[in-house]
Design a protein around this ligand. Structure first.
Ligand code: COA
Length: 260
């Protein structure tokens, strides 16, 4: 599958998805959003892919938001559809993926860009990255889950301050807020993301997927996260990987998980 706005590169079991609209600071236009849906669906279904690192082309931006130029001809009805479809097809898809997804934030992560990073399971930022939800400067609010995920990650007070002031925060502040997991220098950004993902890829893949499901469950309306955890814990006993993990421990060797 070839894309106009994405670069896809496999490095061992890691798949890099790079948003490649550098001249527009990798802003998410309709075409890019559609391609992201396809790319993530493919990655989650491809047994050769163990996990994904998503980043932006160039050194200036991860993603500088939804493509503002496309907002000119939108009414309330289609605005609602854009948010609903975008949330379901990309942001929720990434968050609920069966494989780990790490955002390598290489510059501006604004609006939909920060929302995309927040939908990922782990965020690593370079020291020069800037993050914010500037939608109110346009007369909008975040529509791709930003009001919810930012609040989950940094708490209500900081989320409301960031959203209402529209201020960008530094990578150092984002780290202090708990918005990003690590801050590193620009050259160390992808190596750090790879280091984390490679460690996860040594673990039992079905258990990693189950952990994503269980952690996410507690943040969903009407879902009892503790019950989902019990269910996922119980299902682990049906996997060959659990037998392998226990045998490897008993035999004092490293496990070789097959995702079965
Ligand atoms: N949508 C569409 N185009 C965008 C964009 C966006 N969200 N963000 C940047 N671009 C485009 C600019 O229009 C410009 O295109 P041009 O060269 O054809 O005029 C190009 O990317 C470079 O951006 P520019 O604004 O010239 O860079 P800068 O260094 O002066 O400023 C930002 C960088 C990130 C501060 C600024 O681009 C910006 O504020 N972007 C919008 C951020 C935003 O509000 N996002 C939320 C959208 S809901």
């Amino acid at each position: 599958m070839s894309f106009q706005n994405l670069l896809i590169e496999n490095k061992g079991r890691i798949q890099y998805i790079t948003i490649n609209r550098e001249s527009k600071l990798n802003a998410l236009n309709k075409a890019t959003l559609a391609e992201l849906h396809t790319a993530f669906s493919d990655a989650f279904n491809d047994p050769a892919v163990g996990g994904v690192i998503i980043t932006g082309a160039g050194q200036k931006a991860f993603v500088a938001g939804a493509d503002i130029a496309e907002f000119q001809s939108i009414d309330a009805g289609s605005g609602g559809e854009i948010a609903r479809n975008g949330q379901a097809n990309i942001f929720n898809l990434v968050e609920n993926g069966n494989k780990p997804v790490i955002a390598a934030i290489n510059g501006f992560a604004l609006g939909g860009g920060l929302e995309l990073a927040m939908a990922c399971h782990i965020r690593v930022a370079c020291e020069t990255a800037k993050m914010g939800l500037p939608e109110v400067t346009l007369g909008l609010i975040p529509g791709y889950g930003g009001t919810q995920r930012l609040t989950q990650l940094v708490g209500k007070g900081r989320a409301l301050e960031m959203i209402m002031t529209a201020d960008m925060i530094s990578a150092a502040d984002a780290y202090q807020y708990g918005l990003v997991n690590h801050v590193v220098s620009q050259p160390d950004l992808l190596p750090k993301a790879e280091e984390i993902l490679n460690k996860i890829l040594l673990r039992a893949p079905l258990a990693v997927a189950a952990a994503i499901t269980a952690v996410n469950a507690g943040l969903k309306d009407g879902v009892n996260g503790f019950e989902v955890e019990i269910n996922e814990f119980s299902n682990s006993f049906k996997t060959k990987d659990l037998q392998e993990g226990i045998s490897a421990f008993m035999e004092k060797r490293k496990p070789e998980f097959k995702g079965e």
